[in-house]
Design a protein around this ligand. Structure first.
Ligand SMILES: Nc1ncnc2c1ncn2[C@@H]1O[C@H](COP(=O)(O)OP(=O)(O)O)[C@@H](O)[C@H]1O
Ligand SMILES: [Mg+2]
Length: 508
């Protein structure tokens, strides 16, 4: 007899249905799993055997065959334990087969029959919801699955609890939706950063419009500190964004406490990060840092220290907002609409331009160091600011504005942008100035005549590329929004936006 249990395989954020077919036939005792299982899936038979044994159930001394269909999709991960165990129990008539029809099952088993948390429960729950299926998932992931809406969910903590529920002896209640406790208590306050008014202004512009930002300055001037204040001034995720972002984190297994995220992701990988770690892919296809930073911030400290190939690989996702990981037998797409914030020293010794401190190789050491960043990458960074050393006067002065005040301003400007683009685009995918395409931008950012002539001159003198031109307009649009000018851009807005293009200008 064959028992079938439904589960899923992941291909990027896409979910592919998988049937676990279990057959018990007479013959030499054996237990085989077929259907392109990876190592974790192949080892699942030992966990399943022990978990059943822990409940006093031993597998029949027969030929047990588990087929994971479709056979040509690679099955990765540990979430196949539970469906395989339930399939065996159904084939052994311990569990009613009809209870498992139209139910998607995923979970990992411990040797003592506890059901352990697995990655990807949220996308699985959403898939189950859109196909009118029920879901059985680990108890620890119930709070995550419950966000999928109106579906029947069982979130048992161990196999015995599930069997008792199915037999009606001990009925479980549905799990309740859980929010991650990702409050920003640990985030430094902007008021602790002294001086650096122009860098703070650039940080606020970047936060308002979602623009990319590069801070250049000597060591100890507060670049890393400024960047670490950024999560404290960004608005929280909207409900639809929270679901979108949590899906990716669920797949990567990084969802904080198994609940839906409400704060924007802020990822700061070390500069030794490899290309797959940053972009995605690797042995097991997993979302990279740029996807984990989707709808949030990717902070790259000491930018020139990153491997060149890693930085160049970010060029395409920076434009398209998604990354495509190609493997021999499949292509996997992950969303990656992130805001890039980076910091660097002006040269290797860090003191280029400070006459009493710079090294003997200046200015060559500076040009060499900055040349590690390619033109195309710099072209994609809209705001480039100098972060000079903090003066003694600033150090002894009071700190600046509190993060909460800045955050309120940022939230208001984000709302203005959202309202603007909601009426102009159908699907509401564009929410910030940084996301607006060039045609849309021309529509929402008309220039007055003085602004036009300033822009034309700048394009000519600075040899700006078409991309830089539109990026500059986006920044100017944000500056105008912050200035309370909802329609036409003035020359002051354009001039300020141009002032943030200094690195590109000095190098090319
Ligand atoms: N503008 C500043 N205001 C207050 N403290 C600062 C400032 N700049 C640097 N510091 C102090 O110096 C430390 C190192 O600053 P950091 O941001 O790491 O410098 P870097 O520019 O090298 O990244 C901070 O933790 C902070 O204590
Ligand atoms: Mg630093």
């Amino acid at each position: 007899m064959v028992a079938t249990v439904r589960t899923i395989a992941f291909q990027g954020v896409e979910v592919c249905p998988v049937d676990v077919q279990v057959q018990i036939a007479s013959g030499m005792p054996a237990f085989t799993i077929v259907g392109l299982p990876d190592k974790a899936v192949a080892e699942s038979k030992e966990r399943v055997r022990s978990a059943l044994h822990a409940m006093g159930i031993s597998l029949p001394p027969k030929r047990l065959t588990v087929n994971l269909a479709p056979a040509d999709v690679m099955k990765e991960g540990s979430h196949y334990d539970l469906p395989i165990a339930l399939g065996l129990l159904a084939a052994m008539d311990i569990m009613p087969k009809e209870e498992l029809a139209d139910t998607i099952v995923l979970g990992e088993l411990s040797l003592d029959a506890t059901i352990r948390a697995v990655a990807g429960v949220l996308p699985a729950a959403i898939h189950a919801g859109s196909n009118d299926n029920k879901l059985i998932c680990p108890g620890d992931c119930g709070g995550e699955a419950a966000w999928a809406g109106n579906i029947d969910i069982l979130a048992p903590t161990n196999l015995l609890q599930l069997i008792n529920h199915m037999k009606g002896t001990q009925v479980m209640g549905p799990p309740t939706p859980k929010l991650a406790n990702d409050d920003m208590l640990h985030v430094p306050n902007l008021s602790s950063v002294k001086g650096q008014e122009s860098a703070k202004r650039a940080l606020e512009i970047a936060a308002c419009g979602g623009h990319n930002l590069l801070m250049v300055g000597p060591p100890g001037s507060g670049k890393s500190m400024l960047a670490s204040c950024l999560p404290g001034i960004l608005p929280p995720l909207s409900p639809s964004e929270a679901l979108e972002v949590s899906m990716i984190h669920s797949l990567a297994g990084t969802l904080p406490e198994g609940g839906l995220m409400k704060t924007r992701p802020y990822r700061d990988p070390h500069h030794s990060a490899s290309l797959p770690a940053l972009i995605g892919g690797g042995h097991k296809v997993k979302p990279g840092e740029i996807s984990l930073a989707h709808r949030g911030v990717l902070f790259l400290d000491e930018l020139p220290e990153f491997a060149r190939s890693t930085l160049e690989a970010m060029r395409q996702p920076l434009e398209t907002g998604e990354t495509l990981v190609a493997r021999a037998n499949m292509h996997v797409k992950y969303p990656a609409r992130f805001q890039l914030v980076a910091a660097m020293n002006p040269c290797r010794c860090g003191h280029l331009g400070a006459p009493d401190m710079e090294c003997t190789k200046a200015p060559k050491c500076g040009t060499d160091y900055q040349a590690k960043l390619s033109g195309p990458l710099l072209d994609r960074i809209d705001l480039q600011v100098d972060v000079p050393p903090v003066s003694v006067a600033d150090l002894s002065a009071q700190g600046g504005e509190d993060s909460a005040i800045v955050a309120a301003r940022v939230a208001r400007i984000r709302q203005i942008q959202e309202n603007r683009y909601k009426s102009l685009t159908e699907n509401g995918k564009i929410r910030m100035n940084a996301d607006a395409g060039s045609e849309l931008l021309e529509q929402v950012a008309p220039l007055d005549s003085a602004a036009k002539s300033v822009l034309d001159q700048a394009v000519e003198r600075m040899n700006l590329s078409a991309r830089s031109y539109f990026r500059l307009m986006r920044v100017a649009r944000t500056i105008a929004d912050m200035d309370g000018a909802p329609d036409t851009l003035s020359s002051a807005h354009i001039a300020e936006a141009i002032s943030y293009k200094r690195l590109t200008y000095s190098r090319f």
